[in-house]
Design a protein around this ligand. Structure first.
Ligand code: SAH
Ligand code: SF4
Length: 367
């Protein structure tokens, strides 16, 4: 039964209006329902008391409001919380909540695994299974908002959403965009565009599309300022090299004078962390409106890299700061529960690796 019912979490406002009309209903029903689903966290149509009775009767026959089931829920010493969520295809993804004094950040997954194969990432080392559907992405924020206690300062428990969990969000573009639209829609989560961040390893054409479709905050996983090194660390660089990627960043920020791109740079000892690397980064950014986020490498079973020592990270940071870029070192959060950046591995059964060559794999994720 539930398989034939449609999950309403997958529709943005326009999609939900169109769905109601396809069911012979008026489109304003969408707005009524969205308030229940997102403002009040309600999933039981019977409880939606201001909906017409006939609507309350037929909705449960044709539709559900359903997030992914929680398989495990872990709380780290620093308050970071990690959930493992099951998917209907059998794989599982992880979602992480990071509480801070002035915000509550939810880090969501966009794919089961990831095909990008970055050399330093646990998700990448697991391979790729499938894209999450829009309802499975939205369902993460919906679920966390319901599970988390309200904040004392009146902000919503989830005040910021970052697409920095498992997967490459821009390789799942068709499902990402309705999810982003719901996140910023005042009738649903109502987050400001600055509080929703898409992080990408650098899918250039999709960055340009995102600028048109839903220009939320952009973070780019650069990790190296020269192509030889980046080819090795972030293999998608062989298709979209640094010059093209940074040009796309410039186009993205040029649309809005107050905009900046966050440049993510994982600190790998002896690999990309010397003074010369820092200076090369400054030269390469060349006036781009950017903030630099240094991420201490987080190890995972089987990883061969080491985290740069703190003194090295600090020195690197000073050079980039002196070069004119606001630079922060990302605090390591949740590493005792394997919830830190790059440690998410979920349960992924790779369906692509070993079957297709590397070149074909990129074709597959480009869709
Ligand atoms: N796929 C997207 C978003 C998910 S990864 C992307 O790559 O941008 C989120 C961030 O964590 C990226 O900047 C990624 O490069 C970084 N990361 C991956 N593995 C890491 C690790 N082991 N330690 C620290 N950061 C890591
Ligand atoms: Fe995928 Fe991002 Fe990990 Fe690279 S760093 S393998 S793009 S999740």
């Amino acid at each position: 039964m539930s398989n034939s019912r449609i999950n309403l979490l997958g529709f943005d406002r326009t999609g939900l209006e169109a769905w109601f009309m396809s069911q012979g209903e008026r489109s304003f029903r969408a707005r009524q329902l969205m308030r229940w689903i997102y403002r009040r966290g309600e999933y039981d149509f019977a409880q939606m008391t201001d909906l017409a009775k006939t609507l309350r009767e037929w909705l449960p026959v044709r539709a559900v409001i359903q997030s992914l089931p929680v398989l495990s829920d872990k709380l780290g010493a620093d308050g970071t919380r990690k959930w493992l969520l099951g998917t209907k295809s059998g794989g599982a993804v992880e979602m992480v909540f990071i509480p801070e004094a002035d915000r509550g950040t939810l880090c969501v997954s966009s794919q089961v695994g990831c095909a990008m194969d970055c050399a330093f990432c646990a998700t990448g080392s697991q391979g790729f299974n499938r894209n999450l559907e829009a309802a499975e992405i939205v369902g993460q924020v919906w679920l966390a908002s319901r599970l988390l206690p309200p904040r004392r300062d009146g902000l919503p428990a989830v005040s910021n959403v970052v697409f920095m969990g498992m997967g490459e969000p821009l390789a799942n573009y068709a499902n990402l965009v309705p999810a982003l639209r719901l996140l910023i829609d005042p009738l649903s989560f109502g987050l400001s565009k600055r509080r929703v961040t898409v992080s990408t390893s650098g899918l250039v054409p999709a960055i340009d599309r995102l600028a048109e479709d839903c220009d939320v905050a952009l973070a780019v996983s650069l990790h190296a300022a020269d192509d030889v090194l980046r080819d090795r660390l972030v293999p998608i660089n062989r298709r979209y090299p640094i010059a093209e990627l940074l040009a796309a960043c410039r186009r993205y920020v040029s649309r809005n004078p107050h905009r900046h791109v966050t440049i993510e740079y994982v600190m790998l000892e002896g690999v990309n962390d010397t003074d010369a690397h820092a200076r090369a980064l400054v030269r390469r950014l060349d006036g781009l409106s950017a903030k630099v986020n240094l991420i201490p490498f987080n190890p995972f079973p089987g990883s061969t890299f080491r985290r740069s020592p703190l003194v090295r990270i600090n020195r690197f940071r000073e050079i980039v700061l002196d070069g004119g870029y606001m630079t922060v070192t990302r605090r390591v959060r949740g590493d005792d529960i394997d919830a830190a950046c790059g440690q998410l591995s979920g349960q992924v059964q790779d369906r692509v690796r070993h079957r297709l060559g590397e070149r074909l794999r990129y074709e597959a994720i480009r869709q």
